[in-house]
Design a protein around this ligand. Sequence first.
Ligand SMILES: Cc1ncc(COP(=O)(O)O)c(C=O)c1O
Length: 405
Amino acid sequence: MNYNFDNTVNRTNTSCIKWDFLNAFFGEKELHAMWVADMDFKTPPEILRPIEERAAHGVFGYTAKSDDFYTAVISWFKKRYDWDIKKDWIVTTPGVVPALNLAMREFTEKGDGVIIQSPVYFPFKDSVELNNRKLLDNSLLLRNGRYEIDWSDLEKKAESAKMFLFCSPHNPVSRVWTVQELEQLGDLCNKHDLLVFSDEIHADIIFKPHKHIPTAEINNTLANRTIAAYATSKTFNLAGLQLSVNIIPNDTVRERFKLTLERLHLTMSNIFGIVGTQAAYEHGEQWLDELLIYLWQNYIRVKNYLRDNIPEITVIEPEGTYLLWLDCRKLEMSDEELAAFFVQKAGLALTNGIMFGPGGGGFMRMNIGCPQSSIIKGLESIKKAMADDSPLLVGAGPSNAPDDC
Ligand SMILES: Cc1ncc(COP(=O)(O)O)c(C=O)c1O
């Protein structure tokens, strides 16, 4: 191993949401934070160095993306997903959620149906509602410890929908969709002429033997109707740099999407977003391969610890993402009690499963993108909480999460 993921970095007083805004979101300052979907690791030196060099240059004028930027994106997609993309297909935005909202506003009208698959990353639902579209929830089914698409319900919902918001890999249930599932989805979206926004921000965090299949690679059906959103933000912990890479193979869809960006003058990017993204795609591979091994070990640590010490809580085996989906239903608590239990008794900030919509009740999301010492601390705090039979103050403080974390 070339990189040491055991190093801890003190993130307090850096304006980071995960550690500095606990009080605002949990009504408690002294919590151990395993919630917001970023990692506690430093970005690798191969990315840090170019950013530092660019900062040391000292002039931060208007900046465009060079050919090298696009070459870096293209070769990463070839190497990591075996997908040949063209330079023209690449459109950058200041994040995935902004891209999702722009697409929804451009390609649908008020009142149009938009499908999501709960439990899912909560800005999906928020985007549909904030844009006054009609929410059509095709909830996922949990069968034998693994989430699946409810195809017959999807077929029904698709009849009155214009757009489908797909999460691939899926946050929070950590599914990596198979080629068979994507092909079936493609036939369905094609039949009902749906525009697909495929959020693939977690595409690099995949555990073997699973493999990320780009949605827009599914020819004849999805390639022509998909806006696929990628980024280095999750993979290399660069979320604060705010740059995402959207791949849009269809000329008409892409031109319309670009026009909305131009109207809002959003085509330029932050200088450090450009430098960081390019460096990550050019030089980040080795670090990522080691990160994936470390994250898997973190998962095993959580699974074994729960099995041996807290059998009332189990974990859904992740196929991708660094977000674990903890099944706490055997604790037989209401969602309010569950939230209060983790904050008050464990001193632990997790994301409440219910925030991800129907099907999230009784679950909690735990972020394992952190050193193992942090994992152990989190697990020990849950064990301690299980032995504490003092009464809970249900509904005592805010237990919501920031808009898009
Ligand atoms: C599925 C998914 N999409 C998008 C985002 C955020 O994307 P961005 O910060 O680029 O808007 C997250 C962050 O947690 C996420 O999990």
